[in-house]
Each structure stands twice: as C-alpha cells, then as structure tokens.
Design a protein around this ligand. Structure first.
Ligand SMILES: [Zn+2]
Length: 117
C-alpha cells in the first residue's frame, strides 16, 4: 500500500467533494448549513489525512511483520537446559550454563533463566 498515493487521493476528494458536491447536491439547503457540511467534511478528511501521515511515520520504522519479529525477539523465552548446557529457544544455539547470556549471542533472542536452573 502506497500511503502517499492514498494521501493524494484524499487531497482530490478534499477539493472535489469538500467544496463542489456539497454546493451542488445540497444546493437547496441554506448557505450556513452547506458551510457547516463542508466544514465537517474537511475536518473528517483532515483527521484521516493526519492518521495516514502518522501511519507513514510508523512504516518508516518497519513493517508490521518486522516489528512483530522484533517484539518476539525481545520477549524472554525460557531457556532449554539439559546436562549443564542450555539451548536458545529460538535458534537452538547451545552454551554451558556457566556462561549465561540474557540474549542469545547468535540470534539475539531474549532468554529467561529465572524458572530454569
Ligand atoms: Zn538464538
């Protein structure tokens, strides 16, 4: 989805519908009612435009999928401990329990040793 394209479409709607349609379709309404309709329409479009601009900022950080991977990686998972060795719950990289890392040196997964000793 191209946010800039969506913003351009909103700008066109703003110009065409925000002014012209209200005047043509509701031309029988008093001018102050038309003006209020235009004002409300433009307020709503402004809200959507602002929302999409904010969304665009988030997308610069990363896609939703990439953010989900990052959140999973920083959420500690219990270490798999057996025979004095622990394995990373994500990549399976093994190390001695004497050298515990809070994060896997190989893949960066946060590891929880609290419940497993
Ligand atoms: Zn790992």
């Amino acid at each position: 989805m191209d946010i800039q394209k969506a913003l351009d479409i909103i700008e066109k709607w703003n110009f065409f519908y925000g002014q012209r349609v209200v005047r043509e379709l509701w031309g029988d309404n008093p001018t102050d009612v038309q003006n209020q309709d235009i004002k409300d329409f433009n307020r709503d479009l402004g809200y959507i435009k602002q929302f999409m601009e904010e969304l665009q900022q988030y997308r610069k950080v990363g896609t939703v999928e990439r953010c989900m991977v990052a959140v999973k990686r920083i959420t500690p998972l219990p270490a798999m401990i057996s025979g004095g060795v622990y394995k990373c719950p994500s990549c399976g990289s093994g190390r001695s329990v004497k050298h515990r890392y809070n994060y896997c040196p190989k893949c960066g997964q946060a590891i929880d040793f609290v419940c497993k000793t």
